[in-house]
Design a protein around this ligand. Structure first.
Ligand code: LIP
Length: 260
């Protein structure tokens, strides 16, 4: 199936991410209404509500959409459009009142992201890209940094919510920290990757992350001149993922793929 024009898809992704973000922001006082809690993660009533808000915006524009996201959804054939939603990426940040969290909406077909929007409500920043366009923040074009070695690079990373069964994130962090200028853990993968896209950071790596965390932001980074790739698929939606400004890509990739 030939996909619809990417500007139409992007507009829906923007509308859905903004609507979900507004809902979360307006209900910030309910940020500790937990649906589930585990040692290193939370699921909030607002995660579920924001997912429903995003889905209803998408369904108004594209009837009977296929949805895949942190809060559930069905698989789809290679040819079908799939809307990939993370209603609140950085849920733990959000639950503490930390402003680094976002709503991420991507539309994919056969493994390619056609358009994506990442809305960071508390910074009032909207990152967008379509696969045949440029990346923008609040309508202004953005570009990756020009750092050309790890020694001058700030690398963002994350600690898996499955820490207990998967402590390797800390080993990766130690390895990267020994070579980069600085390593930071900010707590919201999509925001991290958008920060690489606009040059505030030079790279992002996570050993255990999900498709809905990276689908929209990865396209934003690519269309801003960066390089984003799945290093390993741990399942169809569970990934080892690397995104950089392009210039440090091979150096960081060699480091994380040879890390003990
Ligand atoms: C979170 C990520 C974070 C990562 C966590 C988690 P959530 O997403 O964005 O950077 O380190 O493991 O996956 O669960 O808040 O959408």
């Amino acid at each position: 199936m030939t996909p619809p024009a990417s500007d139409l898809l992007l507009q829906t992704a923007v509308d859905a991410a903004r609507a979900a973000g507004r809902h979360a922001l307006q209900n910030r006082q309910r940020r500790r209404e937990y649906v589930e809690r585990s040692a290193h993660d939370v699921k909030l009533a607002l995660d579920l509500e924001c997912q429903r808000v995003a889905e209803s915006v998408i369904a108004r524009a594209w009837p009977d959409p296929r949805i895949l996201g942190e809060e559930g959804g069905a698989g789809a054939g290679m040819d079908e459009l799939v809307w990939v939603i993370d209603p609140i990426d950085g849920t733990v940040n959000f639950s503490h009142g930390m402003p680094l969290w976002c709503c991420s909406v991507a539309v994919m077909q056969g493994g390619d992201t056609l358009a994506g929007a990442v809305f960071v409500p508390e910074l009032d920043e909207l990152y967008t890209a379509a696969r045949d366009g440029v990346s923008e923040r609040n309508g202004a074009r953005i570009a990756v940094s020009d750092a050309s070695s790890l020694a001058e690079a700030m690398i963002l990373t994350g600690v898996s919510k499955h820490m207990d069964s998967n402590p390797e994130a800390l080993r990766f962090m130690a390895t990267i920290a020994s070579r980069a200028q600085k390593v930071r853990v900010m707590g919201a993968a999509a925001v991290d990757i958008c920060h690489v896209a606009c040059g505030r950071a030079d790279g992002y790596f996570e050993s255990s992350i999900y498709l809905w965390d990276v689908a929209a932001a990865g396209l934003v980074a690519r269309r801003a001149g960066g390089c984003a790739e799945i290093l390993e698929s741990l399942s169809p939606v569970h990934l080892r993922y690397l995104c950089t400004n392009g210039r440090i890509h091979e150096e960081l990739k060699a480091l994380v793929t040879s890390a003990p």
